[in-house]
Design a protein around this ligand. Structure first.
Ligand code: GAR
Length: 204
């Protein structure tokens, strides 16, 4: 008997990628269970999505004056209490330090809306579209990678997908294309990880 892969998903906002994972789990096209959703922000849509799916949703907001290390130590104890096989950063907009990452070696996976080494940090979709508008870019892409250290949107690449920018694209249509590709790629990568890391459960 095999146990489904346990995922803790870290979020900061809308949670459309979280929703793609929840839907894939629900339809059993992904052999995984989202055991918790952790947000660094209150009242974001991702939390409502978790609650609708019956998944524990926890807010870990930063306390004024707290260092990154202190925050990440608190985050570690909450995330590890859910015993994840993988921690998925799905629109989690804080940089994680080694205080967190050293507890989850080879287990933290990030999604980013750019091809490797291209545009890092926040606003990658908007930046790509601005470059398209000034004639210096005709495509972007999305990637999923492991997070071994504090490098931003950088680490061993698990998968990429190129996204063309069409002449009649607006920021809205380009964003939609990017998100569609993200939802697909993230679930595909998690599916691959679930096959690779299938565990043998306790005999019943
Ligand atoms: C996604 O586009 C994700 O790639 C991006 O935040 C968005 C979250 O959307 N992440 C980063 O930019 C990380 N540097 P969602 O909340 O709808 O899933």
């Amino acid at each position: 008997m095999s146990a489904p892969m346990r995922l803790v998903v870290l979020v900061s906002g809308n949670g459309s990628n979280l929703q793609a994972i929840l839907d894939a789990c629900e339809s059993q096209s992904l052999a995984a269970e989202v055991v918790a959703v952790v947000s660094n922000k209150h009242s974001v849509k991702a939390l409502a999505r978790a609650e609708s799916a019956g998944v524990p949703a926890v807010v870990v907001s930063a306390v004024t004056g707290e260092s990154r290390a202190e925050y990440d130590t608190r985050l570690t104890s909450i995330v590890s209490s859910f015993m994840p096989d993988f921690v998925v950063l799905a629109g989690y907009m804080r940089i994680l330090s080694m205080e967190f990452l050293s507890w989850f070696p080879g287990q933290v996976v990030n999604l980013h809306p750019s091809l490797p080494g291209d545009i890092v940090g926040v606003g990658a979709i908007e930046k790509a579209f601005a470059e398209f508008q000034n004639g210096t870019r005709n495509h972007s892409g999305v990637m999923v990678h492991f997070v071994p250290d504090e490098g931003v949107d950088n680490g061993p690449v698990l998968a990429t997908a190129r996204v063309e920018i069409a002449r009649d694209d607006t920021l809205v249509t380009f964003e939609e294309k990017m998100h569609r590709q993200e939802h697909k790629l993230l679930v595909e990568v998690l599916r691959e990880l679930s096959v690779k890391y299938t565990k043998v459960g306790e005999p019943s």
